[in-house]
Design a protein around this ligand. Structure first.
Ligand code: GLU
Length: 281
């Protein structure tokens, strides 16, 4: 398979130096492997994502020196596909409707014998079909959660055998337990980052996922979804995160670190790229 990677920004703001580093790392990885580089817009959050940021992202990345294959996939045009994935997971019996409010979830976590942080490990007892019917009829809000217990039952030995290759580190066991029963969709939004990213990576034949270390902890959940859906698990490379002079990660609200601001301040693309090496690990 041809080495294929992608940069997958969410157009909720202007790209900053951290995004530029991530995009450049993926782009150069593809170039060095004589492979393919794709750009994907992860814009399922239709409230926070804005068309002006889409235009700005395309413009800023081209200015930085990136080239990508057309067409650029936009997740907001494919909600029907993600809905189908959710249906498949429902068919496998591994997701359930959770009507609990955030407060109720926090109370459940506090009561759990081995509660850690704000990880929700599911209800003590599944909701009865009658109660579920009633809550649905009442129009109550809910989230679709992935039940780790049911995944374990469904996959048997395959659950404990889940692995992924982290480039440079070798095989890593994919243990989704620390994430608990993750939210995969909501009543009004039939998808999530997890469903969309796993579906799209497979659809676009992504062989290598090059992304920030901040997403490392989510990888076992993605490997679990790949296993449930019989999709290939790509090789992962989670790169270091750039930090500013105060040791803080770049954030979209930090205007000075946006590519736009640096460009307007007269920096060249080469000078921006030189900053990737100047910042602390
Ligand atoms: N859309 C995600 C973000 O902007 C990146 C997803 C990924 O690379 O897997 O953080």
């Amino acid at each position: 398979m041809t080495f294929t990677t992608r940069f997958a920004p969410s157009p909720t703001g202007h790209l900053h130096l951290g995004h530029a580093f991530s995009a450049w790392t993926a782009f150069t990885a593809a170039r060095e492997a004589h492979g393919r580089f794709l750009l994907r817009l992860e814009d399922i959050d239709t409230v926070r994502c804005k068309p002006e940021f889409v235009d700005a992202i395309l413009e800023d990345l081209a200015w930085l020196g990136l080239e990508w294959e057309e067409p650029v996939r936009r997740q907001s045009e494919h909600f029907d596909q993600y809905e189908t994935v959710l249906q498949r997971l429902r068919g496998l019996g591994v997701v359930y409707r959770c009507f609990k409010t955030r407060k109720e979830i926090m109370e459940d976590i506090a009561r759990a014998p081995h509660g850690v942080g704000d990880v929700y490990r599911g209800p003590a007892e599944p909701m009865s079909p009658d109660e579920e019917t009633e809550r649905l009829a009442a129009g109550d809000a809910y989230a679709w959660r992935l039940s780790l217990d049911r995944c374990r039952d469904r996959l048997g030995d395959r659950f404990d055998a889940m692995r992924f290759e982290e480039e440079g580190k070798g095989e890593i066991r994919a243990d989704p337990a620390p994430l608990g029963d993750a939210i995969l969709a909501r009543k009004d939004v039939g998808t999530s980052y997890h469903i969309a990213v796993v579906h799209d990576d497979a659809l676009q034949d992504i062989t290598h996922i090059v992304r920030g270390r901040d997403l490392y902890e989510l990888t076992p959940l993605h490997v679990l979804l790949q296993t449930l859906l019989n999709l290939p698990t790509p090789v992962y490379r989670h790169h270091r995160l750039l930090t500013d002079a105060h040791g803080e990660r770049f954030a979209k609200r930090n205007k000075a670190a946006t590519l736009r601001a640096m460009r307007e301040a007269g920096l060249t693309p080469g000078q921006v790229r030189a900053r990737f090496d100047m910042t602390e690990v």
